[in-house]
Design a protein around this ligand. Structure first.
Ligand code: BG6
Length: 473
C-alpha cells in the first residue's frame, strides 16, 4: 500500500490554473477530509504569504460560492508560501525549510512546459525530490521527441511510479462512466467490434475562444491542446480490450495497446481551422497558422477495430460547449418493413459534458395502421456532470499514490506518435466563422454514410446531423 504524501507543493501558485481549478479542488479535498497536510505555494511574483492566502480566498469566493467558512479556514491554515525564481538554489532551500518535517511531498508542476526540466532538476539537486511524487500538467512536451526528452529528465530524478502525468479528462465523472458502462455490462461486448460498429465519432465543442490564453495557444493549437490527450484518451477508453481489473497497470497496458494500434495520422485525414479574428487576439502572431479547430479520421489496426473509422473533432468558438461520442451500428441485413432510410443507423450516444447522458438510438413502430417506423432514443441522464470535480479526484488520488487515472510514460509517447506526423506537415488552416461548426472542409473527413458530423446541442436531448436524427425521445 503506497503511503500518503505528507505535503503538497504547488509550482505556479499564482497562475490561472491554480486560481480556476486547483484551489477549488483543494477546498473540496479539505472539506471531504482528504487533505490535511501543509500546502506550499511556490511562485516568482514577489508575493507574501498574506497575498497568497488572499488569492486562494478570492479563487474560492469566485468558484466555490457556497464554501463553508470553517473549511476555508482549515485550508488557509495549511497554506505556506515560498517566493523565488525557479532557477535559483535559494528558492529550493526556502522550499526545503517550508516543508519542515515532511518527508514525502507531492510536487505539482502547474507551470509552462518549458520550465518542467528546470524545476525537476532543482528538486533533485536540493533534496526536495527524495521520497517525493510529482504531478506534471499537460501538454506533456510539444511532440514525440520532446516528450521522450521530458521523460528522460523526469527519470533522472523520479522513478516512474512517482510520476503522475495528469489529463483532467480522466478525472471526469462521465469519462469514468464510459469505462464503467463498457466493462460493467455484458450486452455491449457482442456488438462492440468491426462486425457491428460502422463508425465512431467524438466531438469536443467549446463555445469559448482562447479566453485570454493566446500566448499559450500559439504554442499549442487544438491538436496539442486537446486531441493528443483528452480526445485520444476517450478513443482509448472506447476501443480498449477489457482490463483484467481496475488497477494501475492493467488499465494502462490496454490503453497503450490502442495507441500503438492507431495508424499515425495522415495529413490527408486531417482538417485544421482557425476562427476569424484569432490573429487579433492578444499574444497571437498576426500571421499565425495555429489551429483552433481540428477534425481527423483515425484508423485502428486491431483485430477488433480494423476498418472502422474513428472521427475526432475539437474546436473553439463553436455553437455550444459539449463533448459527445456517437457509435453508429451497421444497418440490419434486410429491410423487412421497407421505408427504413439508409443512413439512419442504430447508435449509442454518450454525452460526456457538461451533463452526462447515455442514449441508445433505435427504430420503433409508429402507432397506427401500417408498419411505419420512427426514431426513438432510450435515454438515461444524470444532470450533474461532475459529482466530484476532476481535479479534486486526481489530486486526491496522487496524494495517496493511486496512479490508475494518470498517464504512463509509454502511453503519452504512443499518443504523441499518433499525431506527430501532422505537427510538422503544414496542412492548410481554413478560416471559420465564430459560432459555426468549423470550416466546411471538415465535412470531407467523414467520407462514409450520408450522416455527416453529429452536432451536439445545448442540452443532452437536442442534437442534430444531416441524416435527420437527434429527434426528441
Ligand atoms: C484544457 C485545454 O486542457 O481543457 C483548454 O487546455 C480547454 O483549452 C479545456 O478549454 C476544456 O476542459 P473542460 O474541463 O472545460 O472540458
Amino acid at each position: 500500500m503506497p503511503q500518503s504524501s505528507d505535503a503538497l507543493v504547488i509550482f505556479g501558485a499564482t497562475g490561472d490554473l491554480c486560481y480556476r481549478k486547483i484551489y477549488p479542488a483543494l477546498y473540496h479535498l479539505v472539506e471531504h477530509a482528504r487533505l490535511d497536510a501543509p500546502v506550499v505555494g511556490v511562485a516568482r511574483a514577489g508575493w507574501t504569504l498574506e497575498q497568497f492566502a488572499a488569492r486562494v480566498r478570492e479563487s474560492l469566493a469566485k468558484f466555490v460560492p457556497q464554501a463553508s467558512e470553517e473549511a476555508v479556514r482549515r485550508l488557509l491554515a495549511l497554506v505556506r508560501y515560498v517566493d523565488g525564481d525557479y532557477r535559483e538554489r535559494t528558492t529550493f532551500q526556502g522550499l526545503r525549510q517550508a516543508l519542515g518535517a515532511a518527508v514525502r511531498p507531492l510536487h505539482y508542476l502547474a507551470i509552462p512546459p518549458s520550465m518542467f526540466p528546470v524545476v525537476v532538476t532543482m528538486l533533485g539537486a536540493s533534496g526536495c525530490a527524495a521520497g517525493a511524487r510529482v504531478v506534471v500538467e499537460k501538454p506533456f512536451g510539444r511532440d514525440l521527441a520532446s516528450a521522450l526528452e521530458l521523460n528522460r529528465t523526469l527519470h533522472e530524478v523520479f522513478e516512474e511510479s512517482a510520476i503522475f502525468r495528469i489529463d483532467h479528462y480522466l478525472g471526469k465523472e462521465p469519462v469514468q462512466n464510459l469505462l464503467y458502462f463498457r466493462f460493467a455490462n455484458s450486452f455491449l461486448e457482442p456488438v462492440w467490434n468491426r462486425n457491428y460498429v460502422a463508425s465512431v465519432e467524438i466531438t469536443m465543442a467549446e463555445r469559448i475562444g482562447v479566453a485570454g490564453r493566446g500566448r499559450f495557444y500559439e504554442e499549442a493549437g487544438a491538436i496539442r491542446d486537446v486531441i493528443q490527450n483528452h480526445l485520444l484518451e476517450i478513443v482509448a477508453l472506447l476501443a480498449m480490450e477489457p482490463p483484467v481489473r481496475f488497477a494501475r497497470d492493467a488499465l494502462r497496458d490496454e490503453k497503450v495497446k490502442v495507441f500503438r494500434a492507431i495508424r499515425p495520422l495522415d495529413p490527408q485525414g486531417l482538417v485544421r481551422g482557425q476562427f476569424s479574428g484569432y490573429r487579433q487576439e492578444p499574444g497571437v502572431a498576426p500571421d499565425s497558422r495555429v489551429e483552433t479547430f481540428a477534425a481527423a479520421r483515425l484508423e485502428i489496426d486491431s483485430w477488433r477495430w480494423g476498418g472502422v473509422p474513428f472521427y475526432v473533432r475539437a474546436g473553439k468558438y463553436l455553437p455550444v460547449t459539449a463533448t459527445e461520442v456517437v457509435v453508429d451500428l451497421r444497418a440490419p441485413p434486410a429491410n423487412v418493413f421497407g421505408g427504413l432510410a439508409p443512413g439512419q443507423p442504430n447508435y449509442l450516444r454518450f454525452r460526456l459534458g457538461p451533463d452526462v447522458a447515455i442514449a441508445l438510438g433505435a427504430h420503433a413502430k409508429q402507432p397506427g395502421p401500417g408498419m411505419q417506423g420512427r426514431e426513438v432514443e432510450l435515454f438515461v441522464s444524470q444532470q450533474q456532470g461532475d459529482a466530484m470535480d476532476a481535479y479534486e479526484r486526481l489530486i486526491g488520488d496522487a496524494l495517496i499514490g493511486d496512479a490508475v487515472l494518470f498517464a504512463r510514460e509509454d502511453e503519452v509517447e504512443a499518443a504523441w506518435a499518433v499525431v506527430d506526423p501532422v505537427l510538422r506537415a503544414q496542412t492548410p488552416v481554413e478560416q471559420y466563422a465564430l459560432g459555426s461548426w468549423g470550416p466546411k472542409e471538415a465535412e470531407r473527413i467523414i467520407l462514409e454514410g450520408p450522416c455527416g458530423w453529429h452536432n451536439p446541442g445545448e442540452d443532452a436531448h437536442s442534437w442534430t446531423r444531416a441524416c435527420g436524427q437527434g429527434a426528441a425521445p
